[in-house]
Design a protein around this ligand. Structure first.
Ligand SMILES: N[C@@H](CCC(=O)N[C@@H](CS)C(=O)NCC(=O)O)C(=O)O
Length: 235
């Protein structure tokens, strides 16, 4: 199964960045064209593909999902690692690759916690129905948890520098871990702005700026393909 040379197809939540952004960023950095089904077909096509029989490949639990031919895959960190291997954004060394997967898992934890804070009363209901109840939890995540995640990116970048590499989380070239941490920080900046701004993490914040300035990422971020932030919650 090679996605490398041709268009991939993505079933992504439509109209917002969401978790789909992690996957879009991988396609965009790799320069591989894709069809963003949520944008072209709207929510109806996502629901049809994921849950109403439109998918004849491996069952999808929830978007984001990728499809090429009859190969279908969901689970954001799994998709990132898979595409990373396909597109040359994963280290060949198994230990370095495991560290990339560690970072993807930590990002997943960080986002899950950050999202939970916006939905303390009912995890499945809109944040707008629980704004007051969320306030102490948003404060707690912003003051206590966000700094820990930021410090973790800082530690990883410092370790890589101490190992003689610069500019990336792991090794001497960009991996899907860099893109995932970039999106984690961008989302934290969007949804926890005051707390994010208060965190001292110069290496991590410089990393975020570096990734945003990469030619393909910068072109994507200013393109019509780039979706707006969710106004309801984190992811
Ligand atoms: N663990 C999954 C979570 C996927 C997820 O929660 N997707 C959201 C949209 S971003 C969804 O549509 N969920 C519907 C559901 O879980 O039934 C991942 O990382 O991809």
């Amino acid at each position: 199964m090679a996605v490398r040379s041709n268009a991939g197809s993505l079933a992504l939540p439509s109209g917002i960045k969401g978790r789909g952004e992690y996957v879009r960023l991988v396609f965009e950095e790799a320069g591989v064209p894709y069809t963003d089904v949520g944008v072209t077909g709207g929510m109806v096509s996502i629901i049809d593909f994921c849950w109403k029989g439109g998918n004849t490949g491996f069952p999808v639990r929830a978007p984001p999902a990728i499809r090429r031919g009859d190969f279908v895959l969901c689970g954001t960190p799994v998709v990132q690692a898979y595409l990373g291997r396909e597109f040359g954004l994963m280290p060949a060394d198994p230990r370095a690759a495991a560290h990339v997967e560690q970072v993807l898992a930590v990002v997943t934890d960080g986002v899950a916690e950050g999202r939970l804070a916006f939905h303390p009363k009912d995890f499945y209901a809109s944040h707008k129905t629980q704004v007051e109840e969320s306030k102490p939890y948003v404060k707690q995540y912003g003051e206590q948890r966000l700094p820990k995640y930021m410090q973790h990116w800082e530690d990883i970048l410092r370790k890589n520098e101490a190992d003689g590499e610069q500019g990336f989380l792991i090794g001497n070239s960009l991996t899907v871990a860099d893109l995932a941490v970039y999106h984690y920080m961008a989302a934290a900046q969007q949804h926890y702005r005051a707390y994010f701004d208060a965190v001292e993490a110069p290496l991590a914040k410089a990393h975020q700026a570096r990734i945003a300035a990469r030619p393909r990422i910068a072109a994507y971020l200013s393109s019509g393909r780039c979706q707006p932030w969710d106004t309801d919650s984190m992811m």
